[in-house]
Design a protein around this ligand. Structure first.
Ligand SMILES: Cc1cc2nc3c(=O)[nH]c(=O)nc-3n(C[C@H](O)[C@H](O)[C@H](O)COP(=O)(O)OP(=O)(O)OC[C@H]3O[C@@H](n4cnc5c(N)ncnc54)[C@H](O)[C@@H]3O)c2cc1C
Length: 322
């Protein structure tokens, strides 16, 4: 649909293909890609955007399959005006566009341990939204507060309780764009923190297809069984193990493949479409269920519409995040 979009000092690009902006290199066009210059620019745009236009905030696309028909939404992607990093004592405040890796390194140099962020390839906005974490630490362990712009263009401050951070999930009000987060990490010796980050990078390269186009873990690790009396968010039953047990390591559909190196990583081998990737994931879910009775839940978010010729086949959803 042709629209007159509100003015922006930053960059507005109608019908922008999103494949270049996602790690998996798939995705049809956004109705408009919005790259605000700074906070004031974002607030003004949001306040003036007609209420019937969905807003989809996007980080660096490291946890997304954007379907081939694209997103019927204003896709907000934050850049330079939102990537500052400041350290005061043990507190680190970072813009939502700052990369997790940069934040971890700056924090470590100042003697603050946010090392778990070093190997997560996303941005701070995506990290807070997804409660990103690894090696036993999560955003929920270190988040002090976050700032966001509401769909109506107001700046609000959110506490961890407001966000209700849990395993790869949070409650962010619909259409809200995170713009900044403050973390508090334990003190650490900069040299020791640098060594820990180097070890984590090495471990990733040894165990995960870090040089392929992926979106990290495809499925959540199935929850521990409540009958043991442990919390439901114990995830020691690993998704990769149940995928292996179903004989699906290396399984392919079109250009999509479950990685030979790590069977819970789905990769684009070169010419995959979003439909190939999502279709392969659904086949894996079905076969794992048929062979073990375990229902795998997607960790990668799938958003947008299927390409017109796919419509009605596999995916009935539209811009809803799933
Ligand atoms: C090789 C690889 C390894 C990975 N390893 C890990 C890991 O160990 N641990 C882990 O937790 N994740 C991992 N991931 C997944 C991914 O990096 C994280 O989920 C990351 O936090 C996503 O950040 P992003 O900026 O790419 O967000 P995107 O993928 O762009 O978006 C993800 C979600 O966050 C929302 N979002 C993004 N920015 C904002 C914002 N400013 N305001 C509001 N909402 C926003 C989007 O709307 C979407 O719902 C891995 C991915 C890859 C490719």
């Amino acid at each position: 649909m042709m629209r007159d979009w509100p003015d922006l000092r930053g960059r507005l690009t109608p019908h922008k293909p999103l494949s270049d902006l996602t790690w998996l290199r798939v995705g049809g066009p956004a109705d408009v890609l919005v790259q605000p210059a700074d906070l004031e620019d974002l607030c003004r745009f949001m306040a003036r955007l007609p209420g019937d236009v969905p807003v989809f905030p996007m980080g660096v696309g490291s946890n997304l399959i954007v379907r081939d028909g694209g997103l019927r939404a204003a896709v907000i992607r934050l850049g330079r005006g939102f990537n500052g990093i400041e350290v005061a004592g043990n507190r680190v405040t970072a813009g939502a566009a700052a990369l997790d890796a940069h934040v971890a390194k700056r924090a470590a140099e100042a003697g603050v341990d946010l090392t778990f962020l070093r190997t997560i390839p996303g941005s701070i906005g995506g990290a807070v939204r997804m409660n990103a974490g690894c090696y036993g630490s999560y955003v929920a362990d270190v988040l002090v507060s976050a700032r966001a712009v509401t769909r109506g263009g107001e700046v609000i401050t959110l506490t961890p309780a407001d966000l209700n951070l849990r395993y790869r999930q949070s409650d962010l009000p619909e259409g809200c764009v995170l713009v900044e987060a403050t973390f508090e990490g334990p003190a650490g010796d900069p040299q020791a923190l640098a060594e820990r980050m180097a070890a984590q990078l090495k471990k990733r390269d040894e165990t995960q297809p870090t040089r392929d186009r992926s979106a990290g873990s495809t499925f959540r690790n199935p929850a521990g069984f409540s009958s043991t009396g442990r919390d439901d968010d114990v995830h020691d039953l690993k998704a990769w193990k149940v995928i292996d047990a179903a004989g699906l390591r290396g399984a392919r559909l079109g250009g999509a493949q479950m990685s030979e190196k790590h069977s819970n990583f789905m990769i684009n081998t070169g010419d995959a479409t979003a439909a190939d990737l999502e279709g392969l994931g659904e086949q894996v879910r079905k076969k794992v269920y048929d062979s073990s009775g375990i229902t795998l839940e997607w960790e990668i978010m799938r958003v947008g519409e299927p390409a017109p010729d796919d419509a009605g086949e596999r995916h009935a959803e539209t811009t809803k995040e799933t």
